[in-house]
Design a protein around this ligand. Structure first.
Ligand code: TYD
Length: 215
């Protein structure tokens, strides 16, 4: 369901590994919680059966592109139904580390059509209100992954592959995509992300965190 029939607010964080998206998700979550909003954080691939199978394939050998795509879609269907839709229906600010732009970029980099992938997702998954798409040069992203001790990265993160992924990310075109330069200082990027989120017309409608009953 790619419509706006919920009262929540969906912000997704996208980009190749090493762009700082997880850091920015955490900083934005803390900021929104500080404003008293009800914040739900999540990530894909999930810890569900499909997500676990995908993580396994990242270490031991990737599946054929169509099979991989089918698993990401199955993982997302479950994530949407069990976590995202209920949280959005309850009026929460929902922050997700990777969503369907990653599918368009990573599975698109394997030869599938990114636009078709987007449409397949839009048929069942709520559209983001803001997709924070952070870009750094591929070499810089890999340097940061090494620096934090992730070794070579997994099979999804090989350099040649990543260049193709970054190219697809750069070409994706949806009105909710907001692009940020991850090469800038973290504080500056975070300030720009907050400004973009808070400028959204639906942001001011967000409900405050429910106050727990006094007993
Ligand atoms: P990642 O965010 O790196 O998870 P973790 O750090 O917990 O292992 O995601 C794992 C990989 O999955 C990442 O390299 C990108 C890839 N991916 C896709 O190829 N398609 C998708 O739809 C998603 C959500 C992720």
């Amino acid at each position: 369901m790619s419509d706006d029939r919920h009262n929540g607010f969906l912000v997704v964080f996208e980009g190749i590994d090493g762009t700082g998206k997880s850091t920015h998700l955490r900083l934005l979550a803390e900021h929104l919680e500080g404003l008293g909003l009800d914040v739900v954080r999540s990530r894909e691939p999930t810890q569900g059966p499909h997500g676990l199978r995908l993580r396994e394939s990242a270490r031991h050998g990737r599946l054929p592109p169509h099979e991989e795509l089918a698993l990401f879609l199955a993982d997302r269907r479950q994530h949407v139904a069990e976590i995202l839709q209920p949280a959005l229906a309850a009026g929460a600010a929902v922050l997700v580390d990777r969503y369907y732009l990653s599918t368009a970029a990573y599975q698109g980099a394997r030869g599938l059509d990114p636009e078709e992938i987007l449409r397949a997702n839009e048929a069942f998954a709520p559209a983001p209100d803001v997709a924070v798409l952070i870009a750094v040069p591929v070499g810089e992203g890999r340097r940061r992954i090494h620096h934090r001790g992730d070794g070579e990265g997994d099979l999804f993160e090989r350099e040649e592959e990543l260049r193709r992924v970054a190219d697809v990310f750069a070409r994706l075109d949806r009105p909710y995509i907001a692009r940020f330069d991850g090469d800038q200082p973290v504080d500056d990027v975070q300030r720009a992300i907050r400004a973009r989120v808070e400028a959204h017309p639906r942001f001011s409608e967000l409900r405050a965190r429910p106050v727990p009953p006094p007993w």
